[in-house]
Design a protein around this ligand. Structure first.
Ligand code: 8YV
Length: 324
C-alpha cells in the first residue's frame, strides 16, 4: 500500500499526478483545526505533509501520530515548530535554491522603484497629472554607484550582491553571522558590523529568516543610525522589523523611503499607515512569485517529499541530524 500524504496547497496537474504515483493523496483546503477535525482519519494516518504558509505546531502534530516527513513549498520555515518535529524525528524539507534569483530580482525591483518612485509617478501619469514637462516634484534619487548594504548573506544576499556589483557598480557592505569569502572575492563585498552597515549604506537591504534572534532586529534604535537619505528594503520576513518604528522613521524623515515585500501581519491591514505613505512601495509578498519559480518550488517540494519518505535526506532537509 502506498503511504498516504496530506496536500494543503494546489499543485499543477503533472506534479499532482507525480505525487499520486508515489502516495495516496488527500487534498485539503488548509490546516485549520476545523479542517483537521473534518478529515481526522486522513490526518491520523498520514505519513507525509505537503504545502506552504500554514502553521505546523504541536497541536497539529498530535493529530498526526504517523507523520514522518513534512515538505514546504518555501525556503522559510518559521511557521514550523522545528523542536517538535525533531522530538518526533519528523523530517522537514524546504526549497532553498530554486527561488534565489527570482527573490534577488524582486529586491532589485524594490531598490529601483523606491529610489526612482516608479510606482508613485506611474500612478500620477495614469491619473492624468502629466500635463506638461516634469519638474523636481517627479524626481527620484540615483541607485548606481551608491552603497548597498545587505543584512543576511545567504544565497539570496549573494545574488543581490552580484546584481548590485556588476549591474549597478555599487559598493556592497554586508553583515551576517559569518564571513562569506565568495561575496568578498566575486563581488568585492565588505564585511562589517550591523551598526557600521546601518550608518554607511545608502540602501539597507534585509533578507533574513525569522528566528528568536532576528525578531525585531531592526527597530527605532537602528533606524536612528541610518542616513536620512537611506532607502530601507525588506524581503525576508516582516517581524524582523519593528513596523511601528519603521512607520515613525518614514513619517519623520529619519529615513528617505522603504520598499517592502513582507510585513508583520500578512495580508497587510488595509488601514496600515504604510499604505498611505507616498515614500513606501508595498508588495504582497511576491518575492518568489513568478510562474517559473513557483512551479520549480512546487516540483522541488514534491521531489523532497518522495526522497524523505524513502529515507533520503541528503539534500534540502532542514533537520537531518535530528532524524538520524
Ligand atoms: C513564498 C517565501 O512566498 O519561500 C519563502 O520562504 O517567503 C516565499 O517564497 C511563500 O512561502 C509561499 O509559498
Amino acid at each position: 500500500m502506498k503511504p498516504s500524504v496530506i496536500l494543503y496547497k494546489a499543485l499543477p496537474d503533472n506534479l499532482y499526478q507525480k505525487l499520486e504515483e508515489h502516495f495516496a493523496v488527500i487534498q485539503v483546503a488548509n490546516l485549520k483545526p476545523e479542517t483537521v477535525e473534518q478529515h481526522a482519519e486522513a490526518f491520523a494516518n498520514a505519513q507525509g505533509l505537503l504545502g506552504s504558509s500554514e502553521t505546523v505546531d504541536t497541536a497539529l502534530l498530535e493529530k498526526m501520530p504517523k507523520l514522518r516527513a513534512t515538505s514546504t513549498i518555501s525556503v522559510g520555515y518559521d511557521n514550523f515548530d522545528v523542536d517538535a518535529l525533531n522530538a518526533r524525528k519528523i523530517a522537514l524539507m524546504h526549497t532553498p535554491t530554486v527561488l534565489t534569483e527570482t527573490v534577488a530580482d524582486t529586491m532589485m525591483a524594490l531598490v529601483l522603484s523606491s529610489a526612482r518612485r516608479i510606482v508613485e509617478v506611474a500612478e500620477r501619469v495614469k491619473a492624468g497629472e502629466w500635463t506638461k514637462g516634469i519638474g523636481p516634484d517627479w524626481f527620484g534619487i540615483d541607485v548606481h554607484h551608491k552603497t548597498l548594504g545587505i543584512v543576511g548573506m545567504g544565497r539570496i544576499g549573494l545574488a543581490l550582491a552580484q546584481r548590485a556589483h556588476f549591474g549597478f557598480g555599487m559598493p556592497v557592505l554586508y553583515n551576517a553571522r559569518r564571513h562569506h569569502p565568495e561575496a568578498e572575492e566575486r563581488f568585492n563585498a565588505r564585511y562589517c558590523d550591523l551598526d557600521t552597515l546601518l550608518q554607511e549604506a545608502d540602501f539597507v537591504c534585509l533578507v533574513l529568516p525569522l528566528t528568536d534572534e532576528t525578531h525585531h532586529l531592526i527597530g527605532a534604535e537602528q533606524f536612528a543610525k541610518m542616513k536620512n537619505s537611506a532607502v530601507f528594503i525588506n524581503a525576508g520576513r516582516g517581524p524582523v522589523v519593528d513596523e511601528q518604528a519603521l512607520i515613525e522613521a518614514l513619517k519623520t524623515g529619519q529615513i528617505h523611503a522603504a520598499g517592502l515585500d513582507v510585513f508583520e501581519q500578512e495580508p497587510l491591514d488595509k488601514d496600515s499607515p504604510l499604505l498611505s505613505l507616498p515614500n513606501v512601495v508595498a508588495l504582497p509578498h511576491i518575492g518568489s512569485a513568478t510562474h517559473e519559480t513557483r512551479y520549480n518550488m512546487a516540483a522541488c517540494a514534491v521531489d523532497n517529499l518522495i526522497d524523505a519518505l524513502n529515507g533520503k535526506v541528503d539534500k534540502n532537509c532542514v533537520n537531518p541530524q535530528a532524524i538520524g
